[in-house]
Design a protein around this ligand. Structure first.
Ligand code: NAP
Length: 257
């Protein structure tokens, strides 16, 4: 039996890499940022409004001996996204982009205003376009560059009362598959994660009974955690996932198969 100690590369396969995680102030993005840091990546912790939470994420990342910084931007604003990418280079050229920022919305489609519909599309889908386009000039310089888009189970199955959100996430999935083909020649892989019900602020509008109903319907019998999603993101970001592109990984406890 081989009793050699694991090498530094095995323990910290992302050492020396720079990752940008959008929406890393809390929830799934925060868990992904900390998970990437635990594997050695420097992390640009993007946030929108929650500056102090983003600072806490930065502190948690730094516990792993990596560099991390918080960068504010509205991901629906072209110039702010350009600034986000440029500012992240202070940590080294970014080679991992996690498009995680998102906004859920509940209500009847027939009662939704055009402004609300456009806002939901902008935060969930246009943001992925803007961030990816701005990051490509940096990503293309790295031989194992990664884009991971956080979509949703609803983008595959659809969801009553969440039509705009589901449409945007469906768009993220189609975008992921298209970009995977388009960027393959640059050795940039593009994959998506489609979470089910994950226990973050986004589920706050569900009451105890509604959450219990989701748990009942979930074969693995619980809500997902941000760490469940971060584990999938870490897998896709690892250099070992080099031959995986254009895929959608469900993290949903078996709710959608
Ligand atoms: P969350 O806790 O509500 O966090 C949302 C994040 O997005 C926050 O960091 C927020 O920044 C950021 N954000 C919102 N609007 C923004 C804007 N206009 N510009 C920039 N950043 C903005 O949500 P979560 O549950 O962690 O969700 C993360 C991702 O997973 C989202 O894409 C979501 O659609 C997806 N997802 C979640 C679930 C679930 O059940 N939770 C299921 C499927 C998919 P601030 O904190 O600074 O405001």
């Amino acid at each position: 039996m081989n009793h050699q100690k694991p090498s530094e590369h095995c323990m910290r396969p992302l050492a020396g890499r720079t990752a940008i995680v959008t929406g890393a102030s809390r929830g799934i993005g925060q868990a992904i940022a900390i998970a990437l840091a635990s594997k050695g990546a420097n992390v640009a912790v993007h946030y929108h409004r929650q500056k102090s939470l983003a600072a806490a994420t930065v502190d948690a990342c730094r516990q792993f001996g990596v560099r991390a910084t918080a960068i504010q931007a509205d991901v629906t604003a072209e110039t702010e996204v350009e600034h986000l990418m440029l500012a992240s280079t202070q940590l080294g050229p970014p080679s991992i982009l996690i498009n995680n920022a998102g906004l859920a919305d509940y209500g009847l489609a027939m009662e939704m205003s055009l402004e609300r519909f456009q806002h939901i599309m902008a935060v969930n889908l246009t943001s992925v376009f803007l961030c990816t386009r701005a990051a490509i000039p940096y990503l293309r310089r790295h031989p194992h560059a990664r884009v991971v888009n956080i979509a949703s189970m609803h983008g595959i199955a659809g969801a009553a009362m969440e039509a705009a959100y589901a449409a945007a996430k469906g768009g993220v999935i189609a975008w992921t598959k298209s970009l995977a083909k388009e960027l393959a020649s640059l050795r940039i892989t593009v994959n998506a994660i489609a979470p089910g019900a994950i226990d973050t602020d986004m589920l706050a509008q569900f009451d105890v009974e509604e959450k219990a109903a989701i748990v009942d319907a979930t074969p693995l019998g619980r809500l997902g955690t941000a760490h469940d999603v971060a584990a999938a993101a870490l897998f896709l970001a690892d250099p070992a996932a080099d031959f995986i592109t254009g895929q959608v990984i469900g993290v949903n406890g078996g709710l959608l198969t």
